[in-house]
Design a binder for this molecule. Structure first.
Ligand SMILES: [Zn+2]
Length: 452
């Protein structure tokens, strides 16, 4: 068995290779153009002394943390899968004795790759040739220091010839894969502990957990007791914000169902949530989310682009990294508002009180015949008031409001990071344009009746 660690896997995928793969797999041309456009419009900025550097462009690779990257990576790995499957017809190749029945040559998981073959030089050479061809084409390379060969019942001199052919390290069983020992014997509950620990460490990083959990659950045949423990940790986190299992967490099953109902109400119906009481033991995060539920008037049935709705959501929670917050985190950054170049950049200033921003809001108000509001508190109250209900006006308001917040935030970022400046008229016009395109049929006619 060969375990190959792919070196900086995401960073080194060659773009022409990815395009070729998409084409060969028969994706529609327009779709490929979109994907490649998306993948290639990337530039990086590094922070030097708290100041962003000049952006520089990438020429390969997938974005770390991007939702689409795992899928594109899987598409790249598909090439290797197909190459290895061709081995079945190769006379010089013999299967690993335990893999012959199912015809398994490899298991690929994230950037780890396990290859299997019978322990003789001709099989290993054929296997390695496939990998080299894949490596050549895709840009993905084996990390020599972390790639190992594992032998079972193979004679010493054959082992030596295989090792010198591959240039990989000789590994010994059991080795740890995802923190869990892979061995031929049944694993004890104690040996599962690293998996549980790995998992619970992730529980606090709110977004990563579901994916990782699903990953692990598929990969291993996890004993029921381990699953139960992980579940208890999750519950404990949701309800008390702590990372230890409490008695409460173990018996909190009923409330859990409420939690699920809550998510359901929020994501599916978008209405019931407003009437939901805040549970007494809710964690800080849960509490914050529930307390913020009045902002949810701005979320349901919002025709704005998802990224705009999300930015607005962060903004309403005061979670966007405005410079006043960066300073509190100890970063030495210029705190002057980049839009008016006059006042301190705070959330309140940037989105409501800044002269530049006000000009945009005024234009929107004039366009859609809204009444103006000035301070931030008035502004938020006004926004929530306007967003309530199912009238066409409210629906239009929610969309325009989200797109405006997003446009202001993007203008601020473009100015800071790319030194690109636009005037407020251009921004207001763009918001109008996007809203006309995005508006649902039921509000389109009303929207078109307003004169910009
Ligand atoms: Zn300003």
């Amino acid at each position: 068995m060969i375990k190959i660690d792919l070196q900086k896997a995401y960073d080194s995928v060659e773009w022409p290779f990815l395009r070729q793969m998409l084409t060969e797999l028969g994706f529609p041309e327009q779709f490929i153009i979109w994907v490649m456009e998306y993948v290639q419009t990337v530039n990086y900025t590094v922070m030097i002394n708290g100041e962003p550097s000049e952006p520089f462009n990438a020429d390969r690779g997938l974005r770390q943390g991007d939702l689409m990257s795992p899928f594109l990576f899987a598409i790249a790995m598909e090439y290797l899968s197909r190459k290895l499957n061709e081995l079945k017809a190769d006379r010089s190749f013999q299967f690993h004795p335990k893999c012959a029945k199912l015809g398994i040559t490899h298991l690929s998981f994230a950037d780890d790759l396990l290859l299997f073959a019978k322990g003789n030089l001709s099989s290993i050479t054929a296997l390695h040739k496939c990998f080299s061809q894949f490596s050549e084409a895709s840009g993905l390379q084996a990390n020599l220091g972390k790639s190992c060969v594992y032998f079972g019942g193979v004679k010493g001199e054959i082992q030596d010839s295989i090792l010198s052919h591959l240039g990989f390290v000789h590994g010994t069983l059991p080795f740890k894969y995802m923190g869990v020992p892979l061995s031929t014997k049944k694993i004890t509950l104690l040996q599962w502990q690293p998996l549980i620990e790995k998992f619970t460490a992730r529980v606090t990083s709110w977004t990563a957990k579901k994916l990782s959990y699903a990953y692990w659950a598929q990969l291993f045949l996890i004993p029921a007791k381990v699953l139960k423990t992980i579940d208890a940790y999750c519950r404990s986190y949701v309800w008390s914000g702590s990372n230890t299992i409490t008695r409460k967490a173990l018996v909190a099953w009923d409330r859990d169902k409420m939690w699920i109902r809550w998510i359901h109400a929020y994501y599916v119906q978008g209405k019931l949530l407003r009437d939901m009481p805040i549970p007494a033991q809710a964690s800080w995060i849960t509490r914050k989310i529930l307390e913020a539920k009045e902002h949810l008037h701005l979320i349901p049935i919002n025709d704005a682009r998802p990224k705009a709705v999300f930015t607005m959501w962060l903004q309403l929670q005061g979670r966007l990294a405005t410079t006043d917050r960066l300073v509190k985190w100890g970063l030495a950054v210029d705190t002057t508002c980049i839009l008016c170049q006059n006042q301190l950049e705070t959330k309140d200033h940037l989105f409501a009180e800044c002269e530049f921003t006000k000009a945009i809001w005024r234009k929107m108000q004039q366009w859609l015949q809204w009444l103006p509001a000035m301070t931030w508190n008035q502004h938020t109250k006004w926004a929530i008031q306007k967003a309530k209900g199912e009238s066409q006006q409210a629906q239009i308001f929610r969309m325009v409001y989200a797109e405006c917040i997003y446009a202001i935030w993007m203008e601020r970022n473009h100015r800071i990071f790319e030194k690109k400046y636009r005037n407020w008229e251009a921004i207001a016009r763009e918001v109008t344009y996007i809203c006309h395109v995005r508006a649902a049929p039921r509000v389109k006619i009303l929207l078109q009746s307003f004169v910009f």
